[in-house]
Design a protein around this ligand. Structure first.
Ligand code: NI
Length: 192
């Protein structure tokens, strides 16, 4: 396993629509090694998720993991390590919420992106077994953020009010408390 470099905003790979993988490609040792690197790089950077094109590999793979007390996202509910291959999303209701997001490819910036509150995600796991889940609340925001990466989209594209943009320092000073309140009410409704 090795740590990979993370692409930052402006690099075309982040605006590339990632291609689907076949089951045969997924089973290759090189693809399995890429998955291990993706997870290791995500954990090293304290990410709540990471998409393969963020490490310069434009294929439809992303990892999500919300460990308790992640210093980048202390309010996110815990979610176990999940690898999604060729994921698709379907909203389960029209309800949306504003999620204060950051991204390892957009250093030191946070902004409010609009996300569906309840979604169904279909994907393969790393062994090409079908994986289907209904995901709600803040975690649904994380899934939409990562799957957007595979479409060449960044959370900035979903920011409706550019005045919500802020550095991490100013987020913590001015916006964290009210967002934490919103996060708690979402967690209370949808669970962790
Ligand atoms: Ni991101």
């Amino acid at each position: 396993m090795s740590l990979r470099k993370i692409a930052t905003i402006g690099h075309p790979v982040l605006r590339t629509v990632a291609r689907e993988l076949t089951a045969e490609e997924l089973a290759r040792a090189s693809t399995q090694a890429l998955l291990d690197d993706l997870v290791e790089t995500m954990r090293d950077a304290n990410g709540a998720g990471l998409a393969a094109n963020q490490i310069y590999e434009p294929v439809r793979i992303c990892a999500i993991e919300q460990r308790k007390h992640n210093p980048r996202y202390p309010d996110k509910p815990a979610f176990p390590l999940t690898i999604l291959v060729n994921p698709t999303i379907e909203p389960l209701s029209p309800e949306t919420f504003l999620n204060y997001e950051g991204c390892l490819s957009v250093p030191d910036l946070r902004g409010e992106a609009r996300r569906f509150a309840e979604i169904r995600v279909r994907a393969w796991d790393r062994d090409a077994n079908p994986w289907v889940r209904e995901i709600r609340g803040l975690t649904a925001g994380t899934f939409q953020h990562e799957i957007d990466h595979l479409e060449g989209k960044l959370f900035l594209d979903r920011v409706e009010d550019p005045r919500s943009l802020c550095t991490l320092r100013e987020f913590e000073r001015w916006h964290l408390a009210s967002f934490a309140e919103r996060a708690r009410s979402l967690v209370a409704r949808f669970g962790a």
